[in-house]
Design a protein around this ligand. Structure first.
Ligand SMILES: Cc1cc2nc3c(=O)[nH]c(=O)nc-3n(C[C@H](O)[C@H](O)[C@H](O)COP(=O)(O)OP(=O)(O)OC[C@H]3O[C@@H](n4cnc5c(N)ncnc54)[C@H](O)[C@@H]3O)c2cc1C
Length: 383
């Protein structure tokens, strides 16, 4: 029989099976413990590196798989089935945020120093852009990188940084031209063992608890000039260019997470008997499930279309934003309705739907809020 999605080749199917096996054996059994302890096992991260999962799209010369974007889709679709959006966020920030930045803008020396170990799972990366006073308005950031001989001196404060407390290196965005606005920001790769770096606090989040999110301080931190990533004063544009894989990842996490949440509700609705029959046999509930399943299918199709464009190197900023906007709204609706279908049990911590509900909530906020998605989509439509 013809495949539903012909872009997934036999190689993708083999990858899917090996990620599924890995997620079932190495992730799923530990998720509860990791979420409880707000951590995950770095050995699991290392094993992902050994299996080639951390550098699927990275060219082979840097130890990666040299494959296409569909492999990334496969990886995250399968990983999310293990039920740990937190661990997945840590992995995703490493592979789809930090690594692509080095891959696209790094010098040969930076690729050897940061990309090669990152792909092997020997170092963990992060990206620090957001500040307490500069969230959606990235250009208003205050952190500075001031030239001093053959170094830059970084001062400033970043917040909400995923992997911030555990990362070995962080790509930090800072002002190199205070008056330059969007054209005054530069990215620098900083090693977190450099004097002047401080994790001031690990933040206490509603969801994604196994992934650390930190507030960071940089005080007179001296970074060699060769650690500048890409071009001087082009940091904002580099960050924007790299948003595609990050937002696609959020979209995959959203439809994947929604699928898993709906399945929990379906399984429950078939078992739960009220008024003499399973609640799934109440037409309202069956119709609700059918509607949600249709929205998830639409989410997936929209994401696949954006992923296909990205994979082929077609300009797809608007389509990626639409996918991020739609999938994350749908995921939140699904999580809400799935909990509703499970009644009081759904609200109890012992049922996994609460974690899906907490984890999916953040998706309309991260990687650019959904309001910012609408702002840019509407500008794209000439409004
Ligand atoms: C779990 C988590 C992980 C994160 N990881 C990282 C990371 O690794 N690295 C990093 O740099 N950042 C990270 N962030 C930060 C994230 O990118 C920001 O939270 C996000 O960009 C929004 O910024 P803000 O929180 O300051 O909200 P604000 O920008 O203050 O926005 C508040 C509200 O106002 C709305 N709003 C703002 N401006 C407009 C406008 N012009 N039009 C309409 N509405 C508007 C927003 O949509 C939002 O609803 C993370 C955040 C979270 C919660």
């Amino acid at each position: 029989m013809e495949k539903k999605y012909p872009m997934f080749t036999e190689e993708h199917d083999m990858l899917r099976q090996s990620v599924r096996d890995f997620a079932e054996k190495e992730v799923a059994p530990y998720v509860d413990e990791w979420e409880e302890n707000e951590t995950y096992d770095m050995n699991t991260f290392k094993k992902m590196g050994d299996l080639g999962f951390l550098g699927l799209r990275v060219p082979e010369e840097y130890g990666g798989g040299g494959t296409d974007y569909w492999s990334v889709v496969v990886l995250f679709e399968e990983m999310i089935r293990a039920g740990s959006s937190g661990f997945l966020t840590a992995i995703g920030v490493h592979t789809e945020v930090a690594i692509p930045a080095i891959m696209h803008f790094g010098t040969e020396e930076q690729k050897q120093k940061y990309l090669v170990p990152a792909v092997k799972g020997e170092s963990l990366g992060a990206l620090a852009v957001t500040e307490p006073e500069a969230g959606s308005d990235v250009a208003s950031m205050r952190a500075t990188a001031v030239e001093d001989g053959d170094s830059y001196i970084i001062n400033g404060n970043k917040i909400f940084i995923s992997n911030g407390a555990r990362a070995d290196w962080i790509i930090v965005a800072a002002k190199t031209d205070k008056e330059g606005g969007y054209n005054g920001i530069t990215e620098l790769i900083v090693d977190t063992d450099t004097p002047g770096f401080e994790v001031s606090r690990k933040l206490d989040k509603v969801g994604l608890r196994s992934c650390d999110t930190a507030e960071l301080f940089f005080t007179d931190m001296r970074v060699p000039k060769e650690n500048m990533l890409g071009e001087l004063n082009k940091g904002f544009h580099q960050i924007m260019a790299n948003f595609q894989p990050e937002r696609l990842l959020v979209a995959i996490g959203a439809y994947g997470g929604a699928e898993a949440a709906l399945q929990l509700a379906i399984d429950y609705a078939k078992e739960r008997v009220q008024f003499g029959k399973p609640i799934s046999k109440q037409q309202h509930n069956a119709f609700k499930i059918a509607e949600l399943a249709t929205k998830i299918e639409a989410s997936k199709e929209l994401s696949y279309r954006a992923a296909d464009m990205y994979n082929r190197g077609v300009e797809c900023m608007k389509e990626v934003m639409m996918a991020k906007l739609y999938t994350t709204d749908v995921a939140n609706e699904v999580a809400y309705e799935a909990m509703q279908l499970m009644g009081g049990y759904g609200y109890m911590m012992e049922y996994p739907i609460q974690r899906a509900w907490r984890d999916l909530r953040v998706m309309t906020i991260v990687a650019g809020t959904n309001e910012i998605m609408k702002l840019i989509i509407s500008r794209n439509l000439g409004l």
